[in-house]
Ligand binder design. Structure first.
Ligand SMILES: [Zn+2]
Length: 182
C-alpha cells in the first residue's frame, strides 16, 4: 500500500492571513518566520496570537494540505491504457490518494472477494430492495432459513405419516360413503 506523506516546508505557515480575510481576501497565505507569521500585505501575527485567536473562537483558516503519494519500494510502475476522460476524472476524484486507490482497485479486482453484477441484474436487485452487499446476505440468509424450516416440516410430516395414513384412509372412506349416499 502506498504511503501518504504531507510535504514539509518550514517557510510556509499553512495559515491564511486573518486580517486579509476580514478585508475580503481569504486566500492569502502567511509566510512563517520561526514564531512569527507575516502576509505580503505586512499583517503580522505571533504564534501565541494565532493560538489565542483560535482559543477565543475566531476563524483561522488553514491552507488545505497537499498530499504527495509515496508508493512502497516493492510497487512497480505500470503502463495502462485509459480513455482521457477516465484518467482526468480519476485524478480529480482521487486527488491525493490516486495511486493507493488504483492499487486497491486492482488488488480487489484480481482477488476472489469481488462479485460482479451486470447492469440488468443490478436494476432488478434494486427493484427488489437489494442495494448493498449486506442486503444480498440478508436475502440469502432469509432464504436459507425458509429452506431449513421447510426441511424440518417435511421431516415432521414423514414421521407422522404412518399415524396419519389410517386416519386419512378412513376420512376418504367416509367422504366416499357420503358422496354415494342419496
Ligand atoms: Zn494579510
Amino acid at each position: 500500500m502506498a504511503n501518504l506523506v504531507p510535504p514539509l516546508d518550514d517557510s510556509r505557515s499553512y495559515i491564511y492571513c486573518p486580517a486579509c480575510a476580514k478585508m475580503g481576501n481569504g486566500q492569502v497565505e502567511m509566510k512563517r518566520d520561526t514564531y512569527q507569521f507575516k502576509c505580503p500585505m505586512f499583517h503580522s501575527y505571533s504564534y501565541a496570537e494565532i493560538q489565542r485567536m483560535i482559543a477565543s473562537g475566531q476563524v483561522v483558516e488553514m491552507v488545505p494540505t497537499q498530499i504527495i503519494e509515496n508508493p512502497l519500494d516493492s510497487a512497480i510502475p505500470c503502463k495502462i491504457f485509459l480513455q482521457p476522460e477516465t484518467w482526468k476524472a480519476a485524478q480529480t476524484k482521487w486527488a491525493g490518494r490516486f495511486h493507493i486507490t488504483v492499487e486497491n482497485l486492482f488488488a480487489l479486482a484480481v482477488s476472489d472477494s469481488v462479485i460482479y453484477i451486470e447492469g440488468e441484474d443490478v436494476k432488478e436487485l434494486r427493484l427488489r430492495g437489494v442495494k448493498t452487499g449486506r442486503d444480498v446476505l440478508a436475502a440469502l440468509k432469509a432464504m436459507q432459513e425458509l429452506e431449513r424450516e421447510r426441511d424440518e416440516l417435511q421431516k415432521q410430516l414423514s414421521q407422522l405419516m404412518p399415524l396419519l395414513k389410517p386416519i386419512l384412509a378412513a376420512a376418504n372412506g367416509v367422504e366416499s360413503v357420503e358422496r354415494t349416499a342419496p
